[in-house]
Write a protein that binds this ligand. Structure first.
Ligand code: CDP
Ligand code: MG
Length: 730
């Protein structure tokens, strides 16, 4: 049915006359609909629009063409031209007319809340205004909730200031520091600034701190609010700017003792919003069809699609490319570009490059493009209405990433992306009813739906002992806080009075989660730090090691099988790392993602560099997997599951979980295992699992496990796929 529709669409694209007639009809229908304020089902009927955009888009197009040209041929005059045009863009931003007023307000108030529509220039311009107006100041730090945003914004600002990235302007994200002695303007993730409190509790090297994208309310941003409000009291010279999209600014002002709000008047063109008549069964497919329909029937302007994560985005891009190939020269060129956090930076940069004349760009993004990144030229937005959200069960301590409907506030931000350069359209792949009744008003702040172990450890290391009375903008649920304290106690990071232990202090030195930290520290005792560091690095690159293209699934799976070693996924990852050469060729042949491997190497180098600080000697277990698995157990004993009828049950909470089909232990189903993380897709899957012996639990966490709960009462009833475990044999 979809195919049929596409064919019709492409045919009508060829037959101009027919198409014009069709357009006329559609236009009438469209107007009628507008009059009646009725929602249209655009997925099943190609819509056309009034052609009023070409002028505006045309001029942007011209400008972008100029900058593209100069980029390709950087002769002196061209470079000048590029610089000039960039300065023109800067002057055209909504924030520009308010430059002096803004600087005056910053001068006058210590804490200022700045509110402005996304794309108005807050992130890129305010720091530049500050450096230009008071040269010789100390550092300006600007936090971003996302890595990608920190990197791309720093690159953009370096370009605008004509400096090399990493010199005057730099960025700092976990495991990657692109700054130098010369750096005055530093973009960084909120998590990195938080870690800087460990080395510099009063942030003495900063004269201005900008907490940007405050409306995102990430866990780290929320903690920064409390800490920065505190240090601002005894550092009157520190300027604090809280920048936010047009959401919630009154609350920020209220939290910061009635700090004034500086509003940058928005400049937004109207955006027409369309809903589907019925819910979409397959929103990915609906996205693809919608993109092609817009491409074929609508006037120029780029498209932005919001999906929930890398896998979906890659699938969508592949589907789009495949269908475009099939339609061939019948349609104009469609430039398909993905953007998500793990995308390598050279690929990320592509979304900002101008669309070639005559072509149309479609950017398929996670909600990073909601407010953190602004892509010029977007006229159409496709919003399936979902996002991936962390959720946390404070009773069981389980964290999972779940695809959930986004909030109305998010949906409205997404729609707003269509109206930056001209009037735009937003196609919502859900019903108007769902928008009104099934979506939450706003997104729940992350602090209320995540594990707090990491943050509690950090606050404890900063000497903040009374967490119940910490100045939270929205306090986390009491149980979550208590559970975090309990877990840290079980890991040995806190003593029974809730004070930081020596082990806890060392754990906090590593920029990783407490469990991973503990695993690394435990490797010292088990004399396998060499291997455990590698495993930690491989685990932190996010399941993107193995490459599994759709058309070569069998080859990819075979290649993966070659790496399988007994014991579990952690050891498989170790094996991949040990075998891998530095060559792209090797990675290609073995279906390994070269970039992920490179990143794993970087992460490993950084971690190894920190081993001196925490006094861990790097030694190898010489091929014995038992110490390695014991070290993993020492960090992750919370994540123990035991084989039971039809699946696994977690030891402490008896929750049913399953081994992920991609796991090397999927067939084997050992009796006891430890999982690295839990993801909920069709059911609760354990990702990255390792086989253990139950006795080890008593060895690594005697205060947490009692031998009674590790007894196998169901021994005889259980169907066994495999012979005896090592435990039984030994
Ligand atoms: O922070 P806010 O959303 O207010 O805006 P911004 O990120 O400072 O963006 C201002 C302008 O800079 C936008 O119109 C973007 O077109 C441009 N920009 C860019 O071209 N490349 C980037 N990496 C970031 C921003
Ligand atoms: Mg911004």
């Amino acid at each position: 049915w979809e195919e049929e529709r596409l064919k019709t669409a492409s045919l009508s694209f060829g037959a101009k006359k027919e198409r014009e007639q069709g357009m006329k009809q559609e236009q009438e229908k469209y107007q009628l609909i507008l009059e009646e304020d009725e929602m249209i089902d655009f997925v099943s009927s190609a819509i056309t629009m009034k052609g009023t955009l070409s002028e505006k888009v045309g001029s942007t197009g011209f400008f972008l063409f100029v900058s593209c040209f100069s980029f390709c041929f950087p002769t002196l005059s061209q470079a000048e031209l590029k610089k000039q045009s960039m300065q023109e863009v800067r002057r055209s931003l909504p924030i520009f007319p308010y430059r002096e007023d803004l600087l005056a307000a910053i001068h006058e108030h210590q804490i200022l809340v700045i509110e402005g529509e996304t794309g108005s220039g807050k992130t890129t311009q305010i720091p530049q205004y500050l450096t230009a107006s008071c040269p010789g100041t100390r550092n300006i730090g600007c936090t971003q909730p996302r890595r990608v945003a920190a990197m791309s914004v720093a690159a953009r600002v370096a370009q605008e200031m004509s400096v090399k990235l990493g010199n005057e302007v730099g960025y700092s994200i976990r495991f990657e520091d692109c700054t130098s002695e010369r750096t005055v303007l530093k973009y960084m993730t909120d998590g990195m600034l938080l870690r800087e409190f460990l080395t510099e509790p009063d942030l003495a090297s900063y004269s201005v701190v900008i907490i940007d994208e405050a409306h995102e309310r990430t866990l780290h941003t929320d903690i920064l609010f409390g800490l920065i409000k505190d240090i601002a009291r005894f550092r009157p010279d520190l300027k604090v700017l809280v920048a936010s999209a047009t959401l919630d600014t009154e609350r920020f002002s209220c939290f910061f003792d009635e700090a004034p709000v500086f509003r940058i008047p928005g400049r937004r063109f109207p955006v027409d919003i369309y809903y589907t008549k019925a819910p979409e069964a397959d929103y990915l497919e609906a996205c693809v069809v919608s993109v092609l329909q817009i491409h074929i029937t609508q006037s120029p302007g780029d498209i932005l699609v919001f999906l929930t994560g890398q896998e979906e985005i890659e699938a969508c891009c592949e589907m789009l490319q495949e269908r475009c190939r099939r339609l061939g020269s019948k349609i104009a060129e469609l430039v398909v570009l993905p953007i998500y956090a793990n995308l390598p930076s050279d690929m990320q940069a592509k979304i900002f490059s101008p669309t070639p004349p005559g072509a149309r760009k479609v950017v398929v993004a996670t909600n990073i493009a909601e407010t953190s990144l602004t892509i010029d030229g977007i006229i159409y937005v496709i919003d399936p209405g979902f996002c991936k959200q962390k959720s946390y069960n404070a009773r069981t301590g389980m964290e999972s990433l779940i695809v959930t409907p986004c909030s109305r506030a998010s949906a409205n931000q997404r729609a707003g992306r269509a109206g930056r350069v001209a009037a735009g359209k937003c196609f919502r792949l859900y019903t108007a009813w769902a928008f009104k009744h099934e979506m939450e008003e706003t997104t729940v702040p992350e602090i209320q739906r995540t594990n707090l172990g990491n943050v509690v450890l950090l606050l404890k290391s900063l000497g903040i002992n009374d967490l119940i009375h910490f100045d939270f903008m929205d306090p986390p649920p009491h149980e979550t806080l208590v559970l975090a304290l309990e877990q840290l106690y079980a890991l040995g990071a806190l003593n029974h009075l809730g004070e930081l232990t020596k082990l806890g202090r060392r754990m906090a030195e590593l920029p990783v989660d407490p469990m991973l930290s503990k695993m690394i520290l435990a490797s010292e005792q088990y004399k396998c730090s060499e291997e455990v560091l590698t495993i930690a690095a491989m685990l932190s690159v996010n399941n993107s090691i193995f490459y599994r293209p759709k058309d070569k699934v069998v080859h990819a799976d075979n290649a993966r099988m070659n790496f399988v070693v007994p014991g579990g996924d952690h050891l498989v990852l170790l094996n991949v790392y040990t075998q891998s050469g530095y060559s792209t060729q090797w990675c290609y042949e073995n279906f390994i993602q070269f970039r992920s491997m490179r990143r794993a190497r970087d992460v490993r180098d950084q971690l190894e560099g920190l081993m001196d600080r925490i006094e861990v000697e790097v030694v190898s277990s010489q091929g014995d997997s038992v110490p390695i698995r014991k070290a993993v157990t020492a960090g992750y004993f919370y994540h123990t599951a035991r084989l039971s009828k039809g699946g696994y049950k977690t030891v402490k909470h008896q929750q049913t979980v399953y081994i992920h089909p991609n796991s090397s232990l999927f067939e084997e189903q050992p009796r006891w295992l430890i999982y690295h993380e839990l993801v909920f897709t069709t059911k609760e899957f354990m990702r990255q699992v390792i086989e253990i012996e139950s006795g080890w639990l008593l060895e690594v966490a005697p205060h947490y496990y009692k031998s009674k709960e590790l007894e196998d009462s169901s021994n005889k009833k259980m169907p066994r796929k495999q012979g005896k475990t090592k435990e039984e044999l030994g």
